[in-house]
Design a binder for this molecule. Sequence first.
Ligand SMILES: NC(=O)C1=CN([C@@H]2O[C@H](COP(=O)(O)OP(=O)(O)OC[C@H]3O[C@@H](n4cnc5c(N)ncnc54)[C@H](O)[C@@H]3O)[C@@H](O)[C@H]2O)C=CC1
Ligand SMILES: CC(C)CC(=O)C(=O)O
Ligand SMILES: [Mg+2]
Length: 351
Amino acid sequence: MPNFNIAVLDGDGIGPEVIAEAIKVLDVVADKFGHTFAYTKAPVGAVAIDQTGDPLPEYTLSLCKKSDALLFGAIGHPRFDNDPSAKVRPEQGLLRLRKELGLFANLRPVASYDELADLSPLRPERMKGVDMLIVRELTGGIYFGEKGRKDNGNTAFDTCTYTRMEIERIVKMGFVEARARRGKLTLVDKANVMESSRLWREITRELAQENEDVELNFMFVDNAAMQLILNPAQFDVIVTSNMFGDILSDASSVLAGSLGLLPSSSIGSTVGMFEPIHGSWPEGAGQDRANPVAAILSAAMMLDHLELREEASAIRGAVNKVLGQGVGTEDLRPTTKVGTREFGDRIAAAL
Ligand SMILES: NC(=O)C1=CN([C@@H]2O[C@H](COP(=O)(O)OP(=O)(O)OC[C@H]3O[C@@H](n4cnc5c(N)ncnc54)[C@H](O)[C@@H]3O)[C@@H](O)[C@H]2O)C=CC1
Ligand SMILES: CC(C)CC(=O)C(=O)O
Ligand SMILES: [Mg+2]
């Protein structure tokens, strides 16, 4: 009977609410398939700052290092967002966690749900048939480069730096993922302007020689933002830098139906972390309104990573079944509107 130790970093805002539903569903999976999932909670983000002064306390990091997998909710609080002079910020906890654990790749699948097709009267025809994977570089680029102020605080800078090693490992992953899917890889960059993007292109062209079976194309990020809306079904795998991937994946969530639907896995050299792509939605916290599906599907990605594939697809099947019944939280504009907890109950019951 496999036993897995899972660190639970549910964080701030709606983070704890959506992670509670993911655990509800995982508990049913454990019962049904005869596994034991042992959960240990640890603080991260604003709650961790409140408790310890540090958004990523040493205890949390060492727990993560000895766990089999990490389930992450979301971090962030308006009191930091509204205070540009705050020296310690919840987001630093997440960025440091990714860096410390070497989680250089963030895989964000985006698919349109036939089950949701009738729910949204605004849903254009072109949103059908979307099935793509955004492979986002996660521990480099402008979020991690040198930043600061000069000229008495009147000039601010953030630096986008990428090394060959950082680019090679993520682009290689892009080729592998494309080969396992429909065999098409798009590098999204800004190589007409940015030197770091030109290095991405150079290295990707080199790697293409060892990956000739994968169809490769290049697209500037501004055009990619437009193409995602105009003709999203053209994309199979997108590989891109940290910030471009962050922005394009939130935009792509509209194709799926809601930001509250999109899961992700953050992987690299050590333990994997599984996290919805959305943030802590502070205005929605404590109201039983948040869509838990992104967190539940992140748990499914975790099971895939732990090689519990049948279990992972059982979760996906349960989500599709409940969506197909027209049930969902308000963001999906469903025929039967339910709260976070009832949505989780229904998915658990569908298992
Ligand atoms: N991975 C993380 O922990 C992330 C943290 N953040 C942080 O979260 C805080 C809020 O940031 P925002 O820009 O407002 O982004 P957000 O993702 O928290 O919310 C943006 C909008 O998306 C919708 N939304 C998000 N999650 C949802 C869910 N589960 N169900 C239904 N609707 C959902 C809501 O309409 C919300 O107004 C900030 O402090 C930010 O730094 C933002 C993005 C990612
Ligand atoms: C701290 C931010 C980089 C979080 C975020 O927006 C994300 O990872 O999607
Ligand atoms: Mg984001």
